[in-house]
Design a protein around this ligand. Structure first.
Ligand SMILES: Cc1cc2nc3c(=O)[nH]c(=O)nc-3n(C[C@H](O)[C@H](O)[C@H](O)COP(=O)(O)OP(=O)(O)OC[C@H]3O[C@@H](n4cnc5c(N)ncnc54)[C@H](O)[C@@H]3O)c2cc1C
Length: 505
């Protein structure tokens, strides 16, 4: 399949918008979601044209943006990998192994000719008369303004701003004589040998980075305001070793391990709901034997929230705890009073010396890639809109988005959403429709709107900081975004496309 979009734009214009061609489907984002979406699209609709636009200069999304030492998955790759492509490596993988896997998908599906890098989508305008989106793009390398048109917009933009990490300001930061870095913008060649490093944060990034640099730096201090949950599984699942020794097809191993990990995460998620105190105790007690003698587990590793209200950070083979045992890393649980010239002073009065401070403080959430949407000339204010099954938005025609799971692997949802979008496109084709709009039925109009994420259920900082700019959920299906794969893998494949909430024309 080819696209009618030219591979390079004409010579730089003088501020005018250059027509860049028409495609049947336009995918925004070349991360795991966009590449997965393109695979499914090509497989199900070999005759349709499509293009993938990404603001970055390479593929991989998250895995291209995050290049700090030790960057790795938190999920097992049998479920983080796609349903359609076996994973051959260890269960927990390094960022570059994930990029290599995505490269294989791009090669096998011959996606390269369809991907345009350094293309930032700035706005998308739907015309019901023309039955198409006009998608405006700024080329980051040349500054050119381009306009693509498409019949269906597939937003695979992820959930955070790749260009601007969340970087809180603390008193005294300006006088700190050392270097301050954010993991999202890790400087190439930063030499930590012999340096005293403070990592601010307690989540997956801190847990990943610290063991990776602990052997090189003089000392690494994890400075956290409050503790997170950790779980220390082996890097490679025993079952993977057993199956691989049997010399069976890789597809079998992939599928069996997928089922194993899905079931394990189902049990964890269910226990978090039904017996949170038991899971809390299990997680906290499971790390205790890995810690140095007399370690204050209550202060440093006993979270104050329920398990799974935020992601559980994975510490494969307990490597973070090994660094604590060896004394190359330590944890301080306190609040920052001020940066000093030589480090950070915390509320207890202690001053932690540092040459380098890493602010593993997370993301700025971005709603649908910060693209400005208009429908028939009217700007879409997402804060007043409701999601249709966490895939479409009421009143926004011919647009689907991918938002993965928090508790299971993100990618499990990429496959499920792609199946549903495929069904929807087939349904439209079979019924001669060129437009589909999620629409509140009369009985839905007075339903109670709920926040996109119920804080009781899932409440990490980056979601809570941005709830006010996000679209909402209703109090009934299909106006909900279900967080559990266990529910969705039953519901989404059977979702009724003719229940009156999708209006076709
Ligand atoms: C360090 C780290 C580790 C993680 N580990 C896991 C894990 O183990 N398991 C898990 O399930 N999840 C994990 N996550 C969450 C992770 O973000 C998702 O798993 C997944 O990578 C998201 O993929 P995506 O393609 O949807 O979005 P992204 O990876 O965010 O990619 C989106 C792409 O869209 C592009 N884009 C966005 N807006 C625009 C625009 N307007 N115009 C053009 N391009 C645009 C971006 O440039 C980017 O390249 C991790 C996240 C981080 C940061």
């Amino acid at each position: 399949m080819t696209t009618t979009a030219p591979t390079t734009a004409p010579a730089q214009g003088t501020g005018e918008i250059l027509e860049a061609g028409h495609v049947d489907v336009l995918i925004v984002g070349a991360g795991v979601s966009g590449i997965g979406a393109a695979h499914h699209l090509r497989e199900q609709f070999p005759d349709r044209t499509f293009v993938i636009l990404d603001a970055q200069d390479n593929r991989g999304g998250t895995w291209w943006t995050h290049q700090y030492p030790g960057v790795r998955s938190d999920s097992d790759l049998f479920t983080y990998g796609y349903r359609f492509k076996p994973w051959r490596g260890p269960s927990i993988a390094a960022g570059e192994e994930i990029l290599a896997y995505l490269d294989e998908v791009i090669d096998e599906d011959d996606l390269s000719p369809c991907i345009r890098y350094q293309h930032r989508v700035t706005s998308a305008s739907w015309s019901s008369e023309d039955r198409r989106w006009a998608v405006d793009v700024t080329r980051i390398d040349t500054g050119q303004q381009l306009r693509f048109t498409t019949g269906f917009l597939w937003m695979c933009q992820g959930y955070y701003n790749h260009a601007k990490p969340y970087q809180p300001r603390w008193e005294g930061m300006d006088r700190f004589a050392g270097v301050i870095v954010h993991p999202q913008r890790w400087p190439q060649g930063l030499d930590l040998a012999g340096k005293r490093v403070i990592v601010i944060g307690s989540g997956a990034t801190a847990a990943t980075l610290i063991p990776a640099i602990a052997g090189t730096a003089k000392h690494v201090t994890m400075l956290q305001r409050s503790p997170s949950y950790f779980f220390a599984p082996p890097t490679t699942h025993e079952l993977a070793l057993t199956l691989r020794a049997l010399d069976i097809p890789e597809e079998w191993t992939h599928e069996i391990l997928r089922r194993q990990y899905i079931q394990q995460t189902d049990v964890l998620a269910r226990t978090a709901r039904e017996a949170p105190d038991d899971l809390h105790a299990l997680l906290v007690e499971s790390v205790r034997p890995l810690l140095p003698e007399n370690f204050d587990v209550d202060k440093h590793l006993t979270p104050r929230y329920r398990p799974w209200q935020q992601r559980i950070a994975i510490v494969p083979d307990g490597d973070l705890f090994a660094a604590l045992r060896e004394g190359t890393a330590s944890i301080v649980t306190d609040t920052i009073e001020t940066f000093t010239e030589d480090g950070i002073k915390v509320s207890s009065g202690e001053e932690i010396p540092a040459d380098v401070v890493v602010t593993a403080t997370g993301f700025n959430l971005s709603v649908l890639g910060d693209v400005a949407f208009t429908v028939d000339g009217e700007l879409v204010d997402f804060t007043g809109r409701v999601t249709w099954r966490g895939i479409m938005i009421n009143g926004v025609p011919n647009m689907a988005y991918v938002f993965g799971y928090f508790r299971h692997s993100w990618t499990l949802r990429v496959d499920l959403v792609s199946d549903l979008v495929g069904r929807l496109l087939s349904h439209m084709r079979d019924n001669g429709a060129t437009m589909v709009v999620p629409t509140l039925r009369p009985q839905d109009c007075d339903m109670q709107l709920r926040p996109w994420s119920d804080p009781e259920n899932f409440n990490p900082g980056y979601v809570m900081r941005s709830q006010h700019v996000l679209f909402k959920q209703g109090d009934r299906e299909p106006w909900t975004h279900l967080l559990e794969h266990e529910e969705e893998r039953e519901i989404l494949p059977k979702a009724d496309l003719d229940d009156g909430t999708l209006v076709y024309s």
